[in-house]
Design a binder for this molecule. Structure first.
Ligand SMILES: *Cc1c(COP(=O)(O)O)cnc(C)c1O
Length: 448
């Protein structure tokens, strides 16, 4: 464990660059890491973190970054939220593990109640908890297959569902997620999604195209489920055209196909509603949740229609750590904070400030092809001006410029030409506007 003087001091909410990035201590740590950790486990920016609070992460050299990554959309209510920290400490002192399928405890039940309450639809629901988004997707596949008695799984272009064996077959991109890792999970069929900026299709046209692909490639008689991210995450925050997912779900219902919304990235207050499905007027049959649901503690789940969830036989679902009591306590605290601090409203404020700043930059820099997204889930797609052709080099330039100047930014998109912003929903307008000035410099130095 490395502790630094900086990690003990209160963290000011500001960017602060004290050394080269990465600094000397991070460089030394990175050399240690290379001796024991394989390169397959990547690092977007190899600065090693000492502490974090609200919107700022501090590295072991004392540099401070405004966090637009949130650990890939996980610390949605901000780093080291008081209520989450207290809940974790309290539960850790009571017990850290019994295994819910050996001797259960209330926290798991409470999380299931809260998910039933805050996911779309008033029908009877059930929840099973697990450890990661990919594991939730894997479980949703099992449950949909058991319920329908069918095998095939439908996914969409540009989708991302995880890095386990089944989910790497469900991702759009083979590289880097599956290259060389052997035979993939079987019976996965892929169809074009709705991508209004690039395809120009209405929701109806896009749904017709998607359904045509599924009907021809596999057919409803063999299709157990369609998985769709309501707003695609790694794919680049594409908000589907109006009505697209509703039409897809209607087709599913006519054909005994389970409609699964993968809300791992778009869920839990991030989009300005509890789940992005709600904002799109959807009531999914099943939803997969993870990332932001437990304030940074590992927790994931499948939540959905009781009749579907109940199809799995006793003992068919579960795992040693699934629904860990400390993670559940953190999750209950996150739900409380969303209500207490009006964090759905805060996500909309972040959307307004971020969208206004990015739209102003778009007027200045024509390589910003589109500003899109919902809530604290906003992206810009960078293109060769006058075309819609991807400019991945521009994204790389802006991300690197951000790193050097105290912004943690992530790319996205099949072509790596999307810059995504995943701030916590409480990030102040002041910090967002400060970041916009860094981005302005980044674009100015690229265009030159
Ligand atoms: C991150 C993500 C996953 C995988 O979650 P892990 O916790 O990394 O396994 C699945 N689906 C979506 C939409 C994601 O963004």
């Amino acid at each position: 464990m490395t502790t630094t003087a900086q990690s003990q001091a209160p963290i000011t909410q500001e960017r602060l660059i004290r050394t080269a990035i990465p600094g000397p201590q991070s460089q030394a740590m990175h050399a240690r890491r290379a001796e024991v950790i394989p390169p397959g486990v990547g690092a977007a920016l190899p600065v090693y973190i000492a502490a974090a609070h609200e919107s700022i992460v501090v590295d072991i050299d004392g540099n401070q970054f405004i966090d637009f990554a949130s650990g890939i959309g996980v610390t949605t209510i901000g780093h080291t939220d008081d209520a989450v920290v207290a809940a974790v400490a309290e539960q850790a002192a009571l017990f850290t593990h019994t295994c819910f399928t050996v001797t259960p405890y209330e926290g798991y039940v409470r999380v299931a109640e809260l998910l039933a309450q805050h996911t779309p639809g008033t029908h009877a629901k059930r929840t099973m908890l697990c450890n990661s988004g990919a594991e939730a997707v894997e479980n949703a596949v099992k449950i949909a297959r058991k319920y329908t008695g069918k095998n095939a799984i439908g996914v969409l272009d540009h989708a991302y569902h995880g890095r386990t064996n089944m989910t790497m077959a469900m991702n759009f991109k083979n590289s880097p997620y599956a290259t060389g890792f052997g035979s993939l999970g079987t019976s996965v069929f892929r169809a074009p999604n709705s991508y209004p900026y690039q395809d120009g299709l209405s929701g109806e046209e896009a749904a017709e195209r998607t359904i045509w692909y599924f009907e021809k490639q596999v057919g409803a008689a063999d299709l157990a489920a369609i998985f769709a991210e309501p707003i695609q995450g790694e794919g680049g925050f594409m908000v589907p055209a109006d009505g697209y997912l509703t039409l897809l779900q209607e087709w599913c219902h006519k054909n005994n196909v389970v409609f699964v919304a993968d809300e791992v990235q778009s869920g839990m207050a991030r989009s300005g509603t509890y789940f992005a499905s709600e904002g799109l007027g959807l009531v999914p049959d099943l939803m997969t949740v993870a990332k932001g649901i437990a304030g940074g503690m590992p927790l994931a789940g499948v939540v959905g229609r009781a009749d579907i969830m109940d199809a799995a036989h006793p003992g068919g679902l579960g795992g040693t750590f699934g629904g860990n009591p400390v993670s559940c306590a953190a999750s209950v605290a996150v739900f409380d904070q969303i209500e207490r601090l009006n964090l759905l409203g805060e996500a909309k404020r972040v959307e307004n400030t971020l969208t206004a700043g990015l739209t102003a930059l778009q007027k200045k820099y024509p390589l910003i092809g589109e500003v899109r997204g919902r809530g604290a889930m906003i992206a810009i797609e960078l293109v060769i001006p006058g075309t819609k052709k991807p400019d991945a080099a521009a994204v790389k330039h802006v991300v690197d410029h951000g790193f050097q100047n105290g912004l943690l930014l992530l790319n996205a998109g099949t072509n790596y030409n999307v810059l995504r912003f995943l701030p916590n929903v409480r990030m102040t307008d002041e910090l967002i506007n400060d970041a916009m000035s860094v981005l302005d410099d980044a674009f100015a130095s690229y265009t030159k």
